[in-house]
Design a protein around this ligand. Structure first.
Ligand code: CAA
Length: 674
């Protein structure tokens, strides 16, 4: 067996380096791939590093087994698929090799020269560098097209962020495959242009320097600055603490010195950092739970200076054109778990952001004031940060909903962005069809955004929310061009409803928990057309059971019930694009949904056991289904939205939504049937 995806087959992955990060990278691969019988080989010439790396990795696997994160067969499966060796020959036959051994450029080159002689010419070679441009690392390779940088973040097995940095010589197929492959194995890959330090490290390392400057200019000591930084920038721990925890001082010192040469002269290695690296000591930071006193005036000064530095650094990268605002926000919030910079600037206002950067640049004139920031501030508009992405692949427009932290849940912002893309597609004669998909390996869309709905208090607000969702999703139905839903994971609630607006639906094969209308768990009924389109697609009996019991169905049941057109092995997006092309060319024709009243629609639904679920909400769901069957789809939708709003007249609506927000999806709400 092997992991097959987009025409490539991965049977063996090599990780070079058993130091700080190599074993964690290996753990992520073995976790994601052992069930496909893929073996992971960790190579290091230092035997003690191998021993330490192996013991660290096995301890993590065992701990996962003890906490229940891994089942016993997974624990064994992972251990049986990983080897630690000092013999480079074990890399023979590897289809992907990640080097995570060194930041020493000549050594990296030597390693890759050796690796190239061991693997086939199309094996992908990546370097987990945190700074070095791929052009410099891979310039001596015979086959450069298969090489690129992949920058993981601490802890690499759990932190989903990864920067993907193609070089000038990287083939577009390699970049595309690597992006989709990492997404498929649960990472959040973000493509970044080739520049020293990529996107994240100038932020991580630059903020340490900005903190040192605050200390050097007498705004506070390291404890105070660390404390204010974590508060002002929304960090779990301040930059000094983060450097202590990750052992990052030497690499930051090296990075800052190179950035001085390669980015701008504001970056530099402060003397105190040099001393710390030489003496191998740590920063003095707040102890766990220690109360740090800072006067409000000093706190404001430190916060303003750090924000100025933060915004200046990220905007400079926009000028360098290596990343977009939307990608950068997502990357920073996931990789460093801090306030995403562009949303942060929007929240304080562009004029304020500009003022902070200008003040910072006045104090440190070697920091440039970004041209793009000036233009944005002058425009009077906030930064554009998109949760829905759009890309043209030939004559197919691909819409991707990307909110990985909420499993791509649909909120008002997503509805607006979807509507905008529908306008673009409608007005672009080159685009013949559309594919809609969700970002990541887990979810197409896990429903309408429950956290947004939990903030609503009035039936009219509920009705309005439903109408906005219905109108935005119906844009796909009325587009006049075929739309194929590429269902890469959960299609729940609003996600299933959005998919039903598409001309065709294909889903990943073998999903046990795939689609459903779980709204009644939340003291809600479906509000984006579920009570109208599901009966029209699957028949009233199945639809009513799914809606009234909230029970999800598998992808194979969805196929059997006619909810999807195909189950797909491999890349569901690729298949959806093919199907869209087949529909455009007339090679495939599909049945259209009944838009009028449903012939012979029932007056009564079969009894179902709704268990602990709310009888008050069930009554509204039954009304929406039965009344809608006798109406046109358009009228049925309006009626559904009205009844969705009526959920807010019940106590069970408050109980259900509060239960999700406070206790999560697994907790059962205690409904009172009123
Ligand atoms: N809205 C907002 N956030 C959501 C969400 C949603 N629909 N679904 C999942 N999330 C969030 C979770 O709250 C969680 O966030 P935190 O990490 O901040 O806690 C994150 O996504 C990951 O979710 P889980 O930890 O629950 O992941 P899991 O793998 O254990 O479970 C799941 C996945 C089965 C999809 C579960 O999240 C779930 O049941 N979600 C709710 C699905 C649902 O009820 N959808 C219907 C929404 S109502 C609707 O759509 C109304 C309408 O018709 C208009």
């Amino acid at each position: 067996m092997a992991f097959s995806f987009r025409g490539r087959s991965i049977k063996k992955v090599g990780v070079i380096g058993s130091g700080q990060i190599g074993p964690d990278i290996a753990l992520h691969f073995v976790k994601a791939l052992h069930s496909f019988d893929v073996s992971v080989v960790v190579v290091d010439i230092a035997l003690d590093a191998l021993e330490k790396g192996k013991s660290k990795l096995f301890k993590k696997i065992d701990k996962g087994g003890q906490t229940g994160a891994f089942k016993p067969d997974e624990v064994d499966g992972m251990k049986n698929h990983i080897i630690f060796t000092s013999d480079y020959n074990e890399l023979k036959g590897a289809d992907l090799v990640v080097e995570a051994a060194t930041e020493d450029l000549p050594l990296k080159k030597r390693i890759f020269n050796q690796v190239e002689s061991l693997v086939s010419q199309d094996a992908i070679l990546t370097s987990n560098s945190s700074h070095l441009e791929p052009e410099r690392i891979f310039d001596e390779l015979k086959f450069k097209g298969r090489s690129l940088c992949t920058h993981y973040f601490f802890p690499a097995e759990r932190n989903p962020a990864i920067e993907i940095i193609p070089g000038k010589g990287t083939a577009s197929e390699t970049t595309e495959f690597t992006m989709r492959f990492y997404e498929k194995i649960g990472k959040i890959p973000i493509k970044v242009g080739s520049r020293y330090g990529y996107a994240v490290d100038p932020v991580f390392e630059g903020l340490l320097l900005a903190c040192v400057q605050c200390v050097d200019t007498g705004l506070g000591d390291t404890k105070q600055v660390d404390y204010v930084a974590s508060k002002a920038l929304g960090l779990t721990v301040g930059p000094f603490t983060a450097h202590n925890l990750t052992g990052g001082n030497p690499i930051t010192a090296h990075g800052l010195s190179e950035m001085h040469e390669r980015l701008n002269t504001w970056f530099r290695v402060p003397d105190c950092l040099k001393e710390l690296v030489e003496s191998k000591s740590n920063w003095v930071v707040p102890g766990r739970g220690e109360k740090i006193e800072v006067s409000p005036e000093k706190e404001q000064q430190i916060a303003d200076e750090l924000m100025g530095a933060y915004f200046a650094i990220v905007c400079d990268m926009l000028d360098a054109n290596i990343i977009t605002t939307s990608d950068f926000d997502l990357l920073i919030s996931v990789a460093l778990d801090m306030k995403p910079p562009f949303s942060f600037m929007n929240s304080i206002g562009m004029n304020k952001a500009m003022e902070l950067v200008e003040n910072f640049a006045k104090k440190y004139p070697s920091m440039p004031v970004s041209k793009k920031l000036r233009e944005q501030a002058a425009s009077g508009k906030p930064w554009e940060i998109l949760d829905v992405l759009f890309e043209k692949k030939g004559d197919i427009g691909v819409i991707t909903i990307r909110r990985p932290k909420s499993l791509n849940a649909l909120n008002s912002k997503v509805f607006k962005e979807l509507t905008n893309y529908c306008d673009i597609v409608r007005n672009d004669p080159e685009i013949k069809a559309v594919v809609v998909t969700g970002f990541g390996a887990k979810a197409f869309v896990a429903g309408a955004d429950i956290k947004e709905m939990a903030g609503l208090t009035e039936p009219t607000q509920g009705e309005r929310f439903a109408r906005i969702g219905q109108i935005a999703s119906a844009e796909l139905e009325k587009l006049g061009k075929p739309v194929v839903a590429a269902l890469n994971g959960f299609a729940l609630g609003g996600g299933c409803e959005l998919a039903m607006c598409c001309t065709a639906r294909v889903a990943l094969k073998g999903l046990k928990f795939f689609a459903g209308q779980p709204e009644v768990n939340l003291g809600l009924i479906p509000g984006m057309g579920g009570t109208q389109r599901l009966p029209r697609i699957t028949g009233f009996e199945r639809a009513s059971e799914m809606i009234r019991t909230a029970k999800p169905i598998s992808s194979s049941q969805a196929l059997q019930f006619g909810l999807i057109d195909e189950e797909v092995e491999g890349d569901v997006l690729e298949r959806a694009i093919e199907l869209a092309q087949d529909i455009v060319s007339g090679r495939v024709t599909l049945k259209r949904m009944e838009m009028g009243p449903v012939p012979n629609s029932p007056d009564k639904l079969p009894d179902v056991d709704i268990g602990h679920l709310s009888r008050a909400i069930d009554a509204l769901a039954v009304r929406a289904i039965l009344e809608g069957g006798k109406m046109t789809l358009e009228d049925g939708l309006k009626n559904e939205a009205h009844l969705f709003g009526q959920c807010w007249t019940t106590e069970d609506n408050r109980i259900g939504l509060k239960n999700f927000v406070e206790k999560g999806a697994k907790s059962k709400a205690e409904f009172v049937h009123r």
